[in-house]
Design a protein around this ligand. Structure first.
Ligand SMILES: *Cc1c(COP(=O)(O)O)cnc(C)c1O
Length: 371
């Protein structure tokens, strides 16, 4: 039985009538940029995330960029970033002329290692970006203590983790700002690009609202050099159909993840991801480590059975060509290169059936791991 890594058709088919009706409503409204649906989505996401302000933006990447601009990050400033994450996290830092400083991650949670951050912080450091990778919250209490000690801004990259909990709080609203993504493969996946900035700080929220519209305030007076980072009305309206279902999607992903861990833990060969006791993961990815150079062989074995996998990420950001001469801190990383060699993500989407999940487990056991 083939099992895809992700099947969006199964998520959208039951919503088709509702989505069509929303499309018609927006079409008839002739309001296509920002407007009441964007405002409503902002309020609903803010309430869901337990955060005072939410600003709809054109993508998760743009949410990160706008947050850094709102912080006033300038050329030459240093920003601590994990090296094991998606490009967008650090790309935004470099686009502002600031310096991404690579911080290693922990081998069991894949999230930022603050002991390494301590070695990399300087008097030029202005901010830290904890990434809640694969749906699990970073150790935010430690991040906040670290940031307080060195006077840093905290930007949570929550692109993969909308709704994830840390000590009972939703991520994204714990630091100074948080960035959400509605890219179709994220837990709240849209129908194109979209993102949102979260903050409890009214000043940062106001600045983000101006920045997303060319830094304009008031009309045709440009207070900042902003850009066009606006969210489409249609995107917001369609996302509002899915938001009330998000907790059910999370629960289904969690059941799959727990079954995987129960089925694979302690069976040698593969290493299951660890969830820290303070966190409730939303499992955007279920990502195993396969040591001993056998990762690609396991992937090939699963592919022969029609089971979809992906490697997030095959290269640490410190090794990316575009950051040569732009970033620093890469020389000391040890865990990031190891993860780049060992990780593989297996199917963990909400609509996956138990039978499909069992098929994935059996296939991994047949490879020589597990019972
Ligand atoms: C997806 C993602 C982003 C960027 O989000 P987009 O909406 O695709 O721009 C940033 N950081 C991480 C960790 C992501 O997974």
């Amino acid at each position: 039985m083939p099992v895809p890594l992700l099947d969006l058709t199964r998520q959208h088919a039951p919503l088709e009538n509702e989505l069509q009706a929303v499309f018609k409503r927006v079409l008839d409204s002739n309001q296509f940029i920002l407007g009441p649906d964007v405002k409503a989505l902002e309020e609903e996401v803010a309430a869901y995330c337990g955060c005072r302000h939410a600003v709809g933006l054109s993508s998760g990447t743009d949410a990160l960029l706008v947050a850094l601009k709102a912080f006033g990050i300038r050329p030459g400033d240093e920003v601590l970033c994990p090296a094991f994450t998606f490009f967008g996290t650090a790309g935004c830092v470099a686009r502002l002329g600031a310096v991404p400083v690579w911080v290693d991650v922990l081998p069991d949670t894949y999230n930022i290692d603050l002991a390494d951050a301590l070695d990399k912080v300087t008097e030029r450091t202005r901010a830290i970006i904890p990434v809640h990778l694969f749906g699990q919250a970073a150790e935010m209490e430690c991040v906040l203590a670290f940031a307080r000690k060195f006077g840093l801004r905290v930007l949570e990259d929550a692109a993969q983790a909308i709704g994830a909990l840390y000590c009972g709080r939703r991520v994204g609203g714990i630091g100074d700002c948080g960035a959400l993504s509605f890219y179709p493969t994220k837990n709240l996946g849209g129908f194109g690009d979209g993102g949102m900035l979260l903050t409890n700080d009214a000043e940062l929220a106001e600045k983000a609202v101006w920045l997303r519209n060319h830094g304009m305030h008031p009309k045709y007076h440009h207070k900042y050099i902003g850009g066009n980072f606006r969210l489409d009305a249609l995107q917001a309206a369609l996302l509002r159909v899915k938001l009330p279902r998000l907790d059910a999607y999370h629960a289904a992903r969690r059941a799959h993840a727990e079954a995987y861990t129960a089925g694979l833990k302690g069976h040698g060969g593969v290493v299951c991801p660890r969830v820290i006791p303070q966190a409730l993961s939303v499992w955007n990815q279920y990502t195993l480590r396969v040591p001993d150079g056998r990762r690609d062989a396991l992937r090939a074995h699963l592919a022969r059975r029609g089971i979809g996998t992906e490697v997030y990420y095959p290269l640490g950001l410190h090794e990316q060509e575009c950051f040569r001469g732009v970033a620093r801190g890469g020389e000391t990383l040890t865990v990031t290169p190891m993860l780049a060699r060992e990780v593989v993500s297996i199917p963990c989407f909400p609509e996956m059936t138990e039978a499909e999940r069992e098929e994935v487990l059996r296939a991994i056991w047949d490879f020589g791991y597990g019972n």
